[in-house]
Every structure is written in C-alpha cells, then in structure tokens.
Design a protein around this ligand. Structure first.
Ligand code: SF4
Ligand code: SF4
Length: 220
C-alpha cells in the first residue's frame, strides 16, 4: 500500500535545487480527532458565553463585539456594519403635503451631476392647478444608481430640498442592471432614515401667506 505524505516544513533551497522534506501522517493526524475536539471546545465556549449574556440581558451589539474580538467578518445581511455618520444613503424624492413631488423639474440636479446619471422629463401641471405656468413637475425622474458616484452634488444643487440622500440605505444587491434604474415612484416612496417621505424644510406654496417670493396669484 502506498504511504501518503505531506510537506512538514517550507522547502529548503540549495542553489537552484529545491529539497522538500516529507513526513508520514500519524494516526492522530489522520483521524482529525484533536482538531474536532478543539473546534467543539470553541463552539461550546461561545455557546455558554452567549447564553449567559442573553439570560442576563448583557449582550452588546454583535457586530461591535466582533470588532472588539478582532474578528472582521460578520453575518451579512442579518448583521450590518455601523455606517459612518456622514454616510450618504440611496436617493429619495421628497413629497409635499398632498403627496405630489416637491421637485419642480428645474434640472439643476441633473446638470450638476458629474456622472450624468439623472434623467428628468419635465411637464406642466394640469389646467386649473395653481402651479400651472408657475412651476413644472417631473413626468419622469430616473436615477441610474450604478453610474452614481454618491457625491451628493444633486442634493446640494436642488433649490427645493426635493432630492435627498438621507435614507441610510445602500443598494440592494440585485442580479440585473435594470433593477438599479430607480424611477420616480420608487424614489418618491423611499422613506428617509426618520421613516417619513417628507422633507425637513417647510414648503411655502404659491398663494400661501408664508410664501416669500414671486406669486402669480398676486400678479407679482
Ligand atoms: S450623488 Fe452625484 S453622481 Fe449620484 S446622482 Fe447625485 S450628483 Fe449624480
Ligand atoms: S430634484 Fe431639485 S434640482 Fe432636481 S430637478 Fe427637481 S427641483 Fe430641480
């Protein structure tokens, strides 16, 4: 019967030749028993430690606990790494009180976007709407999240606080490019990290007493 062998030490180089030392596997090595017992020991240690902490209600954040232990792997997506405070999440479009987009289709964001990944088709409000002739709305508003470099220029450029990157989310790992093309309805219904679809800034509609600027209803 042929004897199985494996290298014991790194190869020793003598000049150009490489000399490899081989040793026979011992029955202990062959059976893997010591390593199995060691592995079970580690599992049992964590089992009892985790159970004790859970019963006492002492369990810290499992991700941060891993970092403290020097372990850099986590069980994603059940566990997520803590994001830095300045993390920019996926985009969303904010809504007015009546649910319509705050976006006035001015194209400032798409003009500022260095990746040219925002497409907007502007439209006029319907006849009789007080916003008709005063401001427009996006018939289509599309962001290609795969081309986006998350620079935030679009948010900075927007005069209406209509586009935000405060969702605290990163892109879901889809399997087709089409699924990263975010259209208006999806963007409008994506809540911010605070759980609302509104903007943090109050909106002064044309005609409101609080409206500070040009108002066609008052013939300004
Ligand atoms: S974050 Fe930057 S790259 Fe992405 S859509 Fe906005 S402006 Fe474009
Ligand atoms: S999101 Fe803001 S900057 Fe972009 S088109 Fe709408 S109003 Fe203009």
């Amino acid at each position: 019967m042929a004897t199985s062998t494996f290298p014991k030490k790194p190869p020793v180089t003598k000049g150009a030749a490489v000399v490899v030392e081989y040793v026979d596997r011992s029955p202990t090595t062959q059976s893997y028993l010591p390593e199995i017992v060691k592995g079970l020991g580690v599992s049992m240690k964590h089992f009892f430690k985790n159970t004790k902490e859970m019963v006492r209600g002492e369990r810290p954040d499992p991700v941060l606990e891993r970092y403290d232990d020097g372990i850099s792997t986590i069980s994603y997506p059940e566990q997520k790494r803590p994001y830095p405070e300045r993390f920019r999440g996926l985009h969303r479009l904010t809504q007015r009180e009546d649910g319509s987009p705050r976006c006035v289709a001015c194209l400032c964001c798409s003009t500022a976007c260095p990746a040219q990944c925002i497409f907007i088709e502007a439209g006029e409000y319907a006849e009789g709407d007080k916003r008709r002739g005063y401001e427009r709305y996006p018939v289509k508003f599309v962001i290609d999240e795969l081309r986006c470099i998350f620079c935030g220029f679009c948010v900075e450029a927007c005069p209406c606080d209509a586009i935000r990157m405060d969702t605290g989310l990163h892109a879901t790992p889809y399997d087709s490019r089409d699924q990263f093309i975010y259209a208006k309805d999806l963007l409008l219904n994506q809540p911010g990290a605070d759980g609302t679809v509104k903007s943090a800034n109050p909106r002064h509609e044309p005609g409101d007493k609080s409206h500070p600027g040009v108002d066609r209803l008052r013939a300004h």
